[in-house]
Design a protein around this ligand. Structure first.
Ligand code: E4P
Length: 217
């Protein structure tokens, strides 16, 4: 499963990229607002840090203006992935852009039927929002299971990008279901490294090593 980080904070992205485990980045208008930076400038900087897909979202609601915004975003770098909302105009834009060989991430997906439409529109990625689904009394991971089943039934190439990930169990369940990608905030990705027994084990080994009076270097 590929790991994308869901942030526009370039310091956090640099930190995670240094682990060698980061496959891409997702941003959205709220994350750009949180960064306090200029949209095009921050996307360009992120594209210079990470080789993989960097999702940058259009904000227009009509197809023509979405295409114009996408034209600006595409010029930033080859690894820009245009993010469009799951609407009729969003999917028209998806179809047009993927036809031109541009990566497209269809966002704000909350049903398996929506995911089916995105795959038929040739989306590179579909982003079902599991956290927001859970928040509203639905089962986010069941949505991922349904999309996996449908995409496998028809051998759709669209990658399932689990979004709105809130905790490590979302990551675990995504991997068990066979999602292609998950995008999570830096804090959730960092939490994946932690286990109390790992920390306890290191402390115990180091305490005993100290008693040997030896050094490796
Ligand atoms: C995905 O691409 C979105 O940016 C993101 O995962 C939304 O997550 P949220 O529900 O925590 O805002």
């Amino acid at each position: 499963m590929k790991f994308f980080v869901d942030t526009a904070d370039t310091n956090e992205i640099r930190d995670l990229a240094a682990t060698g485990l980061l496959d891409g980045v997702t941003t959205n208008p709220s994350l750009i607002h949180k960064s306090g930076r200029k949209f095009l400038e921050v996307v360009e900087e992120i594209c210079g840090i990470v080789d993989g897909p960097v999702s940058a979202e259009v904000v227009a609601l009509d197809h023509e203006t979405m295409m114009k915004e996408a034209a600006v975003l595409r010029k930033i770098a080859d690894n820009v992935c245009i993010k469009v909302p799951l609407t009729i105009d969003g999917l028209k834009t998806c179809k047009a852009l993927t036809g031109e060989g541009v990566m497209v991430n269809v966002t704000l997906c909350f049903s398996a039927n929506q995911a089916l439409l995105a795959a038929k529109a040739g989306a590179t990625f579909i982003s079902p929002f599991v956290g927001r689904h859970d928040d509203n009394g639905f089962d986010g991971m069941k949505l991922i299971e349904d999309i996996r089943l449908i995409y496998d039934n028809y051998a759709f190439a669209t990658e399932i990008l689990v979004a709105s990930v809130r905790h490590p169990i979302h990551v675990l369940e995504s991997a068990k279901i066979g999602a292609d990608v998950m995008t999570a905030p830096p804090s959730v990705i960092k939490a994946l490294f932690n286990h109390v027994l790992t920390e306890k084990g290191i402390a115990g080994f180091l305490a005993d090593w100290e008693k040997t009076g030896q050094s490796v270097l």
